[in-house]
Design a protein around this ligand. Structure first.
Ligand SMILES: NC(=O)c1ccc[n+]([C@@H]2O[C@H](COP(=O)([O-])OP(=O)(O)OC[C@H]3O[C@@H](n4cnc5c(N)ncnc54)[C@H](OP(=O)(O)O)[C@@H]3O)[C@@H](O)[C@H]2O)c1
Length: 259
């Protein structure tokens, strides 16, 4: 019996993740899309919207016991993983002391540890032509005061993914870091906590569908980084030739924040 070709998408019921699910349902080579997030009701809506090729798993990826649940599922089924899309993540727009130690560590658990763990768990089920798509951010380009943990987690994701891509070359598997600018999604509902000093200039916001489409297309081309839109590309290039201290000063001015 042939193995099922599956795609695993985390943070799948909303924002960017939902756009990935939508695009993957249009790919006839994928037998099942395994959609992971915490909210079961919202996950179930994916099945109503996109049909039974979507299977849903309500798991908290900041809880490490979830990884063994996923590993067990992989062992029980005959699968090949064509896509792993590590998309679940969250930000907090505030100063370091506006959130608790637990909230800070939870951000690292989801944005970093889950990305690494799922990659390591999925790679043995991948083959030549499979893709790992890790969602970083333009926040990875330089350190961001008042988003210090978020931007650091995304810098990790970007560096880790691009280095992993080199290590996976001999297997024919690609890993790509997706670095979106601001997108119109639920990120802001969880990220905005009414802090005195916080990111509040979200200029150049795009819808997530265009970012997802470019990410899938760039992954198929074997790229190791995907950046949608000229303003974000220019920020990336500018950050390569500008000292981080100056980038941070410009960022604070743009955000109207006095440090
Ligand atoms: N929006 C932007 O401007 C922007 C810019 C650059 C990068 N990004 C990145 O894009 C990715 C997608 O975010 P989004 O903008 O689409 O935001 P979103 O609409 O808030 O989506 C986040 C998704 O992650 C899931 N999630 C959150 N905590 C989770 C947990 N502990 N375990 C499992 N799933 C969890 C959420 O579902 P549940 O709450 O049900 O778990 C939701 O489906 C994130 O990595 C984000 O950092 C966003």
């Amino acid at each position: 019996m042939n193995r099922k070709q599956i795609a695993v998408v985390t943070g799948a019921h909303s924002g960017l993740g939902k756009e990935f699910v939508k695009l993957l349902t249009e790919d006839g080579t994928i037998s099942e899309i395994w959609a992971i997030a915490r909210n079961k009701e919202k996950l179930d809506q994916l099945i109503s919207e996109f049909g039974n090729r979507v299977r849903v798993f309500s798991l908290d990826l900041s809880d490490r016991t979830s990884f063994s649940v996923i590993e067990k599922l992989f062992l029980e089924e005959r699968i090949h993983i064509t896509y792993l899309i590590n998309n679940a993540g969250f930000a907090k727009f505030c100063s370091y002391d506006d959130i608790t130690v637990d909230e800070s560590l939870n951000m690292i658990d989801l944005n970093v540890s889950a990305v690494v763990a799922l990659g390591l768990i999925c790679i043995p089920y991948m083959k030549k032509g499979s893709h790992i798509i890790n969602i970083a951010s333009q926040a990875s380009f330089f350190p961001l005061p008042y988003q210090n943990i978020y931007s650091s987690t995304k810098a990790f994701v970007s560096n880790y993914t691009r280095a992993l891509n080199v290590e996976l070359k001999n297997k024919g598997i690609t890993a790509i870091a997706v670095c979106p600018g601001w997108m119109k999604t639920g990120l802001f509902d969880r990220g905005t906590i009414g802090a005195d000093r916080a990111t509040n200039n979200f200029s150049g916001m795009v819808t997530p569908d265009v970012v997802a489409a470019k990410a899938l297309s760039d992954a198929k081309k074997g790229k190791d980084i995907s950046i949608y839109g000229l303003p974000v590309k220019l920020t990336w290039l500018f950050s390569k030739v500008t000292p981080p201290k100056l980038m941070m000063r410009i960022w604070l001015m743009q955000q109207g924040i006095k440090p």
